[in-house]
Design a protein. Structure first.
Length: 221
């Protein structure tokens, strides 16, 4: 049962290397064939002809392990009243990749959660409050995104100075901090927009104890 939140907050969550451990499985299979796994300093794989057959093979995506803590984190988000959608960009060679992503979600979350999958090559086309994604630059797309990007930590994005979740057990701290900052910015803008003499916006006004309501206070005579 979801808790009540003051407004709907939609969290979009990427799948590969955010929820599902693509990297671990790809590396194991790659090395099992006698290849040396390259240092991943870039998000994009180069045209690695040894890797391509591994990740396009039947069964690769549906058998990825969840990243530790990911499943519990998503369920906790829902229990706290957030609305979660999975937002995933499939391989262009989609034959196995796309259906297996659906299978993966059903296997780890249940059938109902399959309705929460959004397949989008360009995530700027998707509406939400936050996008948790290991990709360094998901904001590059046709539109200016409405969501705020929160990085999911991976080796290849570690140099980026951006808000990030390093471990799924930290998700609440990061999202709540973001919510507080957004709220603070909102009140600052509201205060700025109200310029009447002797009036001010007071977010801690005792007129509405315990609520995040706002009050325009008159301080004149
Ligand atoms: Mg990813």
């Amino acid at each position: 049962m979801s808790q009540q939140r003051s407004s709907i907050q939609v969290i979009l969550i990427d799948m590969d290397n955010t929820l599902a451990d693509f990297e671990k499985s790809a590396k194991e299979k790659y090395e099992s064939k006698g290849f040396i796994w390259p240092d991943r300093t870039d998000f994009e794989f180069s045209d690695d002809t040894n890797l391509r057959p591994i990740i396009t093979a039947k069964g690769f995506f549906e058998n990825l392990d969840p990243i530790p803590g990911a499943i519990d984190a998503v369920k906790e988000m829902e229990s706290l009243g957030f609305v979660v959608f999975f937002c995933t960009s499939p391989l262009t060679q989609y034959l196995h990749c796309v259906p297996e992503k659906y299978t993966w979600i059903e296997r780890h979350f249940g059938k109902e959660w399959v309705k929460r999958i959004i397949v989008a090559k360009d995530k700027t086309m998707v509406i939400g409050d936050y996008l948790i994604d290991d990709k360094p630059n998901p904001e590059k797309g046709v539109l200016t995104p409405v969501w705020k990007h929160i990085l999911f930590h991976q080796e290849y994005n570690k140099s980026l100075n951006r808000q990030r979740i390093t471990d799924w057990c930290d998700w609440k701290k990061i999202i709540f901090q973001e919510e507080e900052e957004e709220e603070s910015e909102y009140w600052d803008k509201l205060s700025e927009s109200i310029k009447y003499e002797n009036y001010s916006v007071d977010t801690r006004c005792s007129c509405s104890p315990g609520q995040k309501a706002w009050c325009i206070c008159y301080s004149g005579r």
